[in-house]
Design a protein around this ligand. Structure first.
Ligand SMILES: Cc1ncc(COP(=O)(O)O)c(C=O)c1O
Length: 409
């Protein structure tokens, strides 16, 4: 007799708050595509969807590794030559108190491992608002209460120290910095990093510094090209894991290669690092052949970065000019990565704005409420990776939509 499953298999209730707005919008886009329209995708941060190509020598290195039989499991922390190359890159970033390095399947896995290795039930980690949604998703998965601190739009999206102080509890274990930031495109100033370091020292916190976009830095409108500053270089004594990876800087998001660089006082980070390694062993290893591309990427020609930065600067400038000349829109000029996070002054939620924009003008951006924002404010995130012509078309569509929906004042 056939056995019938009668009761529904429920998903864990911890997952109720797990959202990934960037991909959730795809359902609305699918509706529009089914009606025969083409959607302009300004929503996903994948340069390979646009006119950016992976440097050939990196592809060659991964291909060679496969041909050379590097297709079994790798050592759990990563292959030695990749680890050595990451140590070299950390040194060039000014990280002097390096204690450990490990390779992961994308920074996504670094985030998961590093948060999982830290928090106990009842404890929390400070995350920025707005933030890259994976941080909240992983914390929800772990059953950890979210504790978000504000980034201050009036201060070029720097972390708001007073809010961090307010949100700190005796059970706060760490703080996440995303620098350069997704979704705002902002860069932390040296002074800000020093202040966060001071706070971490006083409250015995570990800092997770997500620097996945550290080589995608753009000059500001005055040509000021102040370089990116690694948190760990400013605070060599503070326990820190710097997150880095190949997805963005080296244009291989599909390879899933990231890493963590542990720095700080050796005794302070020892037990935590051992915890991370337990998790690294439990999941066996990161993608193996692709790890052989890390050394050629970090130590080989960097010519592609010049071209990437040239394109991004031109597209950022176009985006900024549009924001400045469009009614109801204003934006802090991005200095890194390929995101802009304009504020929009409208009488409805930004989620409605974004969904109707897809339906009516077939342009896809992501609503600010998908990343977090101060109550009463509305934003949307633009990925300015498409070429200038595509961006101009998309911006004309958004401006027309704003005009038609909200009028001229
Ligand atoms: C700030 C930030 N951290 C981490 C990631 C995940 O990167 P990966 O492709 O290495 O998993 C992203 C991807 O967009 C990101 O924007």
């Amino acid at each position: 007799m056939p056995i019938t499953q009668l009761r529904e298999i429920a998903a864990a209730s911890r997952l109720e708050n797990v959202r990934y707005a960037i991909r959730d919008l795809a359902c609305v886009a699918d509706e529009v595509i089914k009606l025969g329209h083409k959607v302009l995708p300004l929503n996903v941060g994948d340069p390979l969807n646009f006119d950016f190509q992976t440097p050939p020598h990196i592809i060659e290195a991964a291909y060679k590794a496969m041909r050379d039989g590097k297709n079994g499991y790798a050592p759990s922390p990563g292959v030695p030559e990749a680890l050595e190359a990451i140590r070299g890159d950390a040194a060039r970033k000014g990280i002097t108190t390096l204690r450990d390095v490990f390779v992961t399947s994308g920074v996504s896995e670094t985030v998961d491992l590093c948060l999982s290795a830290l928090v106990n039930p009842g404890e929390d980690v400070l995350t920025p608002s707005p933030d890259y949604p994976l941080y909240s998703a992983v914390l929800c998965k772990l059953g950890i209460r979210l504790n978000a601190y504000d980034l201050n739009e009036d201060d070029a999206w720097q972390p708001e120290l007073a809010d961090i102080e307010r949100k700190l509890t005796p059970r706060t274990r760490g703080i996440v910095l995303i620098n350069p930031n997704n979704p705002t495109g902002s860069l932390c100033t040296r002074q800000m990093l020093e202040q966060v370091a001071e706070l971490a020292r006083r409250h015995n916190l570990i800092v997770f510094s997500d620097e996945i976009y550290d080589k995608l830095i753009l000059p500001d409108a005055n040509g000021d090209a102040t370089p990116h500053i690694a948190f760990a270089s400013v605070a060599p004594d503070v326990p820190c894991v710097t997150f880095g990876g190949m997805s963005k800087n080296y244009l291989v998001p599909g390879w899933r290669i990231g890493w963590g660089i542990v720095s700080g006082d050796a005794a302070a980070v020892k037990t935590y690092t051992e915890g991370v390694h337990r998790l690294l062993r439990a999941r066996l290893c990161a993608n193996h052949p692709e790890q052989y591309a890390i050394k050629p990427a970090l130590e080989g020609p960097q010519d592609h970065l010049v071209e990437v930065q040239r394109k991004l600067r031109s597209r950022r400038d176009l985006t900024q000019r549009w924001c400045e000349s469009t009614l109801r829109v204003s934006c802090v000029a991005p200095r890194g990565a390929f995101y802009a996070y304009p504020k929009i002054d409208i009488p409805e939620s930004d989620e409605v704005f974004v969904k109707e924009l897809i339906r009516q003008k077939h342009v896809m951006v992501v609503h600010g409420s998908g990343f977090g924002q101060k109550p009463g404010t509305q934003h949307f995130r633009i990925v300015f990776l498409p070429d200038e012509q595509t961006l101009a078309r998309a911006y004309a569509g958004i401006a027309e939509f704003i005009h038609e929906r909200y009028g001229n004042s």
